[in-house]
Design a binder for this molecule. Sequence first.
Ligand SMILES: Nc1nc2c(c(=O)[nH]1)N[C@H]1C(S)=C(S)[C@@H](COP(=O)(O)O)O[C@H]1N2
Ligand SMILES: [Mo]
Length: 324
Amino acid sequence: MHLLKDRGFNHPHSAEITPQGTYLDRRRWMQGLAAGAALGALPALAQSARPGKLAPLAGGRSGVAGALVMDKPTSYADASSYNNYYEFGTEKSDPVAAAHALRPRPWTVAVEGEVKKPGVFDLDALLKLAPMEERIYRLRCVEGWAMVIPWEGYSLAELIKRVEPTGNAKYVQFVTLADKAQMPGLASGVLDWPYVEGLRLDEAMHPLTLLAFGMYGEVLPKQNGAPLRVVVPWKYGFKSGKSIVKLRFVATQPKTSWQSAAPREYGFYSNVNPNVDHPRWSQASERRIGEGGLFAKKRPTLMFNGYEPQVGQMYAGMDLGKFY
Ligand SMILES: Nc1nc2c(c(=O)[nH]1)N[C@H]1C(S)=C(S)[C@@H](COP(=O)(O)O)O[C@H]1N2
Ligand SMILES: [Mo]
């Protein structure tokens, strides 16, 4: 209940808001990408008219290679109610129930470490830093389920270029919000807080690495990482940190929360790979959320989550079993 009330929070300024007509046209195009477009368009349009929807946040279709997968998007209802966001609890249904306490404004992102131009960026400045694009990405959770989500944002490289990493910058650490007043899950010791993640600099600069502010043509719901998050589509979902407050450019491989919690299970790279199993389960196949119930057929997991043509070269010569 509180979720519906919560959806009206004041997020983008009017300049960022696209007239609803434009949004609907874009939505039709998006749905047209999916197989069975005529059928698919109906639920999406009905959904866009639901009460209490978030503020529109449109992006032009991305020209980045691989940024628009043809798969049918997961329903907004599933993508915004089946979440991993441990700061709000460890059950899939916890974030949607508890994230109302998150305050996505005012918000700043600090950039520090090995950069020539460190600083603190306000959310409003970040929203205008580069043109928003729509990206339709597969998101694969390490637990074995997957979704297809249309995001709005721009390549993280746009921000990285502006802060000018020094020659010593080899990695980026992402630090996410940890505030007990807003996040009931911090009372649990399940992970080291704040939730931290990291990428090698070339991974962070890859055009597919997205700094996302919205999804499904609206600002990000709190449970999906408002007001901004990273999305790295060829890696397991936990690499895509939500509600980012700091980027640290560093010389050595930074600590990540999941690696600290279970180093044998969660490596720094965590590229989606059907041939490298999790120690406790196979990664050879996956289940798409929203596809039939218990009897839905699993799908084979794709190397690099299907983004091998775009990202495979970054790992040439690496033993992916060792660098899992
Ligand atoms: N701060 C933070 N970011 C996080 C997580 C988290 O618990 N805390 N969970 C990760 C995991 S395991 C996944 S699968 C994705 C889920 O993103 P979604 O809920 O938007 O689908 O967010 C990732 N980002
Ligand atoms: Mo995940």
